[in-house]
Design a protein around this ligand. Structure first.
Ligand code: SAH
Ligand code: SF4
Length: 358
């Protein structure tokens, strides 16, 4: 008998599906069929896999559940552009995933961990602490869930995309603290035999785990990287992001430089604008100095409110002054549009609805 391994079918690599079928003395071509059901047809259940013999479907379903995410709360922002899903996993852990619509783009913001151990002071996920790493299948499934939903709700084809166009790993957790599952998930998403999602439409955001930035540059150079900077001096950055004590700016910036040299890509720096904390002209000048000459773009994000942090978002005037200093230094920058704040779906707000819903 097959014992349930605790893994879902989405956790398996293609080769693993092949060896499983071999072990079960099933024809190898079934692996390709299964892969297509999972990642091309986005089959919602084993029953949908009609070209697989029923006994095989039963055996698969006994050994590997198709997925592990159960949608519990589905919230749509008042402007209708942002949707947040809270999922429970079989061990009771909860995660959140956000879908954002811009023009013809559909961006899904995916969690890589339940909670986060990095403890950034202004982030709700960090305030709640760490629960566990997600498995690769749990990361992939978040994307498939929304893609399936988009395809179902699509009416007529016209111009809009009825599928996911961008994936950002910027939900709950620090992706580089769950490195192996992250890489497996990225590979599964971009596998040409299956989901075939372009690596260049995927962005991973890290708090700045230096050794992993170095590895990532070598191992997945086509995927975009964003680094959460938020402060341009060690004193301030360490106060906001405790990880800076371990990997201070004099380690982080050279790692970013090395990343750019080896990948020939552009890098994004994220900067939450916090009134009177990191939005001063002095910080803007220090930032310009710090990243001068790097092929990069600074993403400014007005701070989103969280329960455990008293700071406020910078005013428009302060943001304008800050940006003028960057512009003067020829540092490319943009202000991210705030979306989904009413449903706590903004950057750094995940796991707030769960907390406030009790
Ligand atoms: N752990 C990764 C990715 C998830 S956080 C990281 O830290 O990069 C996604 C982004 O939201 C990060 O840039 C993070 O610094 C930012 N962020 C966290 N809390 C925020 C808040 N309250 N307001 C605005 N941005 C926030
Ligand atoms: Fe973790 Fe990123 Fe939040 Fe920091 S900002 S606590 S690294 S999720």
């Amino acid at each position: 008998m097959n014992m349930n391994s605790g893994r879902s079918l989405y956790d398996l690599k293609f080769d693993e599906v092949q060896s499983l079928l071999q072990e079960w003395q099933e024809p190898v071509f079934r692996a390709k069929q299964i892969w297509e059901w999972l990642y091309v047809q986005l089959a919602p259940a084993y029953d949908a896999m009609t070209n697989l013999p029923k006994p095989l479907r039963d055996r698969l379903s006994a050994a590997y559940p198709l997925g592990r995410l159960t949608p519990k709360i589905d919230l749509l922002s008042s402007d209708g552009w942002t949707r947040k899903l809270l999922f429970t996993l079989p061990d009771g852990v909860q995660i959140e995933t956000v879908l954002m619509e811009y023009d013809t783009r559909h961006t899904v913001c995916v969690s890589t961990q339940a909670g986060c151990a990095m403890g950034c002071t202004f982030c709700a996920t960090g305030q709640g602490g760490f629960q566990r790493n997600l498995a690769s299948g749990e990361i992939v499934e978040q994307v498939l869930f929304f893609d399936r939903k988009l395809r179902q709700t699509s009416r007529q084809p016209p111009t809009a995309n009825h599928h996911i166009t961008n994936v950002v790993l910027m939900g709950m957790g620090e992706p580089f603290a769950n490195y192996t599952a992250l890489l497996d998930a990225l590979d599964r998403l971009s596998d040409p035999r299956g989901y075939n999602f372009g690596a260049r439409r995927i962005t991973v955001s890290t708090v700045g785990l230096v050794p992993m930035i170095e590895r990532f540059a070598q191992e997945r150079s086509q995927v975009n990287l964003a680094v959460s900077l938020h402060a341009a001096t060690n004193e301030l950055r360490s106060a906001m992001l405790p990880i800076n004590k371990r990997y201070p700016l004099e380690a982080l910036i050279p790692a970013c430089r090395a990343y750019l040299t080896s990948t020939h890509r552009r890098l994004s720096f994220e900067w939450a604008m916090i009134e009177g904390v990191n939005d001063t002209p002095a910080q803007a000048r220090a930032l310009a100095q710090l990243i001068k000459g790097l092929l990069c773009h600074v993403n400014l994000i007005p701070l989103n409110p969280t329960h455990g942090y008293a700071g406020a978002a910078s005013t428009r005037e302060r943001i304008a002054t800050f940006r003028a200093i960057l512009d003067e230094a020829h540092i490319a920058n943009s202000l991210r549009v705030r979306r989904g704040i009413d449903i706590h779906a903004g950057c750094g707000q995940l796991q707030q609805a769960a907390a406030s819903a009790g």
